[in-house]
Design a binder for this molecule. Structure first.
Ligand SMILES: *[C@@H]1O[C@H](CO)[C@@H](O)[C@H](O)[C@H]1NC(C)=O
Ligand SMILES: *[C@@H]1O[C@H](CO)[C@@H](O)[C@H](O)[C@H]1NC(C)=O
Ligand SMILES: *[C@@H]1O[C@H](CO)[C@@H](O)[C@H](O)[C@H]1NC(C)=O
Ligand SMILES: *[C@@H]1O[C@H](CO)[C@@H](O)[C@H](O)[C@H]1NC(C)=O
Length: 525
């Protein structure tokens, strides 16, 4: 049984748990990316650009646009940032799991997306949280690097590399963003995961279920529920995709059992079923999902998980006739108070307050088909273009689950030295975990932060939001670090982490093999 655990490699939160699962014949990369989707309107007052006219101070959205196009320095108001963070993390109610909103506009369905911390009502020790986040992030990236190497190296049968201890995004609480959907007429909150494919919810009767806020889904009470038989093409195509021979239930009729293992002991097991899924007012009939009878892991009181990966079972593929295989998100700062949005459909006129979209191609990586790789052709800081032999060489992964962006050593050292040259005159502070470029900004109210811009094949650009440049290690500004880290080896795979994706509209066009960027201040309303 255990040997067959992974029937669907639908991913798992690689965010900290991309796992390579090996059977005698198959190596599977289970990978799950997290979406940090989100929200934020209240960051506006923190972000102003360097253009000191009054409008900029009042209107953060405008200021953000101006600063990213005409200026090369962003203002970061340290005190406002910390005050807001304290407010957000201490004022949460636990009514959060009740229904989130959705909206229908033109051809797009827009789901409100919130960060789980907003529902915890717990007091957070920021210093501990910051350290844990980076330790976890590092574990995840190391694990990811070895798995990618073992998948692409010629010595594939070297088992040692593939058996590095796995860490899970679920365990590390990185799967943090939830939306509400209606399945079989019941509202449920599900975690959003771009790295997984299978959408699943906990199902009654449940053998083992973790605590969730909403009532358990009960298929026997839903007239629209249908089970999937083991010899159906749906079941077989899943098995084909995962390279696994499949599991049929032992009882008649033979149902299509699935297992998704997240590598740290977290898993969901159950059978595939068909049900009516409503995304806002868009109805998807006979949606294939996992009815989880045995689920373990810290899924954070949510009813299950929404998989936005690229296989045919993912929500993106199953809704491609409606939404064209396109979805997008705008990751808010986790410290922001408001909700963000997850948008299905490619009508860009529904994006609010965003700049024109620039697209770059997704680079194909046959061995790592669930990952989104991009061609990073350059980085500039302020007006200075960095030099590195690694630009344009191999793909950089864009990942909603990795927190901190990782660059090959030559790129990182170029970035660090140019950043230090432009962000000069501030007292330094000790490094913090994986971050080695830190400052004691205690005696400053506001600082000018150099703009960091990433350039991609085809001319696409992503200007890192001011909220994504510096990482606050403490609850005060005594240790504020450049939020980028170096990889160990030049041929390690670079990763664009979610900390640098904040306040961007990022459009995943799986059919068109392209990914778009636009600057946006995330919000749902
Ligand atoms: C689900 O939530 C929406 C939005 O809050 C609400 O309008 C709808 O009535 C709810 N549906 C059910 C079946 O509870
Ligand atoms: C699946 O198996 C059942 C019997 O268990 C059979 O009646 C049915 O025709 C099979 N369907 C397919 C698509 O093979
Ligand atoms: C990235 O783009 C550059 C410039 O267009 C090109 O020379 C290079 O071959 C591309 N690299 C990859 C990995 O596609
Ligand atoms: C940071 O700077 C402040 C003011 O300059 C100083 O009082 C404080 O001791 C410094 N903190 C650390 C941790 O160095």
């Amino acid at each position: 049984m255990a040997a067959r655990l992974v029937m669907l490699i639908l991913a798992s939160s690689f965010s900290y748990s991309h796992l390579l699962l090996r059977t005698s014949k198959v190596r599977l990369l289970v990978f799950s990316l997290l979406l940090f989707l989100g929200c934020s309107t209240s960051t506006n007052n923190i972000i102003n650009n360097n253009n000191n006219n009054n409008d900029d101070v009042v209107n953060g959205v405008e200021a953000g646009k101006i600063s990213s196009t005409h200026h090369h320095v962003l203002k970061l108001n340290l005190r406002a940032f910390l005050e807001q963070r304290t407010a957000v993390f201490s004022s949460n109610s636990n009514s959060c799991f009740s229904q989130r909103s959705s909206r229908q506009t033109k051809g797009a369905t827009i789901l409100e997306l919130i960060h789980r911390d907003h529902c915890s009502g717990q007091k957070i020790n920021w210093n501990d949280k910051a350290k844990k986040t980076l330790i976890s992030d590092n574990a995840r990236v190391r694990s990811l690097q070895s798995r990618m190497k073992s998948l692409t190296s010629r010595h594939k049968d070297d088992a040692s590399e593939a058996q590095i201890p796995l860490t899970s995004g679920i365990k590390l609480q990185t799967l943090n963003y939830i939306v509400s959907v209606e399945l079989g007429g019941r509202n449920m909150s599900v975690i959003v995961d771009t790295g997984s494919d299978l959408t699943w919810v906990q199902c009654q009767p449940c053998r083992i279920c973790y605590f969730q806020q909403d009532p358990l889904f009960n298929p026997s009470l839903s007239p629209s529920y249908k089970s999937i038989s083991c010899n159906s093409s749906t079941c077989r195509s899943l098995l084909f995709e995962t390279g696994n021979s499949g599991i049929c239930s032992e009882t008649a009729p033979q149902l299509c059992n699935y297992v998704v293992s997240y590598g740290d002991g977290s898993y969901t097991r159950g059978e595939l079923g068909l049900e009516t899924l409503n995304l806002g007012t868009t109805s998807v009939s006979d949606f294939v999902f996992g009815c989880g009878r045995n689920n373990k892991g810290l899924f954070g009181d949510a009813s299950g998980l929404m998989g936005l990966g690229r296989s045919s079972v993912s929500l993106v593929s199953q809704t491609s006739t409606m939404f064209g295989g396109v979805f997008s998100y705008c990751l808010p700062s986790a410290d922001a108070a408001s909700a963000g949005s997850l948008v299905f459909g490619g009508d860009s006129s529904v994006y609010k307050n965003s700049t024109p979209i620039s697209y770059t191609n997704i680079i194909p990586k046959p061995q790592l088909p669930t990952f989104y790789f991009l061609n990073l052709t350059g980085i500039s800081i302020g007006k200075v273009a960095l030099e590195s032999p690694s630009f344009g060489k191999s793909g950089i992964l864009i990942d909603s689950g990795t927190v901190i962006t990782r660059l090959p050593p030559s790129m990182y050292s170029a970035l660090k030295s140019e950043f230090l040259r432009q962000f000069s005159g501030f007292p330094s502070a000790p490094g913090f975990s994986i971050l080695d470029t830190c400052f004691n900004l205690s005696s400053y109210q506001e600082v000018d932060v150099p703009e960091i811009k990433m350039h991609f094949g085809g001319g696409a650009e992503m200007v890192v939001d001011v909220m994504g440049v510096m990482y606050f290690a403490k609850s005060d500004p005594s240790q504020v670090c450049l939020a980028v880290a170096s990889l160990t080896y030049e041929d390690d795979v670079g990763i664009i982490g979610n900390y640098q994706q904040k306040n961007q509209r990022i459009i995943y066009d799986s059919k068109g093999y392209k990914l778009g960027f636009a600057k946006e201040t995330c919000s749902f309303a």
